[in-house]
Write a protein that binds this ligand. Sequence first.
Ligand SMILES: NC(=O)c1ccc[n+]([C@@H]2O[C@H](COP(=O)([O-])OP(=O)(O)OC[C@H]3O[C@@H](n4cnc5c(N)ncnc54)[C@H](O)[C@@H]3O)[C@@H](O)[C@H]2O)c1
Length: 359
Amino acid sequence: MSANDRIQIGIIGAGGIGNEHMKGFQATPGAVVTAVTDVYQPLALERAKQYGIPNVHATYQELLQDPRVDAVVIAVPNDVHAPIAIEALQAGKHVLLEKPMAMNASSAKEIVKAHHKSGKVLMLSHQQRWESVYLQVKEQIDKGALGRIYNTKAGWMRRKGIPGWGSWFTQMHKAGGGPLIDLGVHMLDLSLHFMGSPKPVSVFGTTYAEFGPKRKGIGDWGKPDWNGFYDVEDLATALIKLENGGTITLDVSWAANTTFQDNGPYIYLMGTDGGASLKMGQGTLHTELFDRTADVEVNVPEGDEGPRIRMNAHFLECVREGREPMTSAMSGLANSLVLEAIYESSRTGNVVNLDWSLD
Ligand SMILES: NC(=O)c1ccc[n+]([C@@H]2O[C@H](COP(=O)([O-])OP(=O)(O)OC[C@H]3O[C@@H](n4cnc5c(N)ncnc54)[C@H](O)[C@@H]3O)[C@@H](O)[C@H]2O)c1
């Protein structure tokens, strides 16, 4: 840590989300961004200038050796999440790792093992858990106001939102999947969190690719590469069974002929004593009173600092206190196991049981 006790952050990957992290950590008290790297050096140099970051490294390996870095943010394509996270932990750095944890469950398990050995903090970057409305709803759940949540319907159905057509985003060997691994991971993470983090045990699902291969459904995140290709799904649907008897239905698309849920993220929680409808950071709580339905709106307070600042502050607190973060390595593994099982179920047509063993 630096003289004035701020945690020194190194950013690995200066693209779309790396930029958000630089902005976010600059605005978070107790942190200072001291280093950045990107395989595309002009971008790292440009961001360093923009944010006044003093050290630009040629490679992530070089950044990991920098003593002016206590913790790293890993904001690179999915195929390099696991190798970089493992090396960072071995180099004694705390890690804030972008979602999805890894390309597949076996790589996620390798990260979990490296994390156990390291004694460092490993946190997954799921900023949606830090939305003000979601925090308020979770508080009610933790007080028992919704009873036992036995069914959750979650998803994110974009009508025209394929990111970076032809780039790493749409290539299976670099991304590990399409909207399921990109958007579905957020909604699955939130669903399990709201339901009290029960272990998922089995999955039945199907994926489709009806738009991407035809170069249709293109959105505006990421840069298209028309020399590239598209071999991931553009829609996925699944039923996930949990060890406590609960179920989650998950529906995601990058492209589909629908305006379902206004193309944004949604979660409906069904509890024995109450429920919640959450859509794009807004929410309503539901229950039954005097034989009638009763709804209470949950709002974002005025002047809210936003989810990213809260997520970053939590990461810094965990680093300072050596605490396990809310989006822990095991929560990342749960997500990876489910996502991989949905792809396997789609390929085989069978229900897939999750293998939680670390060997
Ligand atoms: N939490 C969220 O809501 C959210 C949103 C968008 C993206 N993401 C995740 O963030 C990650 C990056 O996505 P993005 O949209 O920023 O992609 P991007 O393509 O805009 O940026 C990735 C950057 O990583 C760089 N890079 C690639 N390999 C590298 C390496 N070995 N070392 C250093 N730099 C390297 C690339 O040059 C590029 O600049 C993905 O895993 C994605 O799933 C998360």
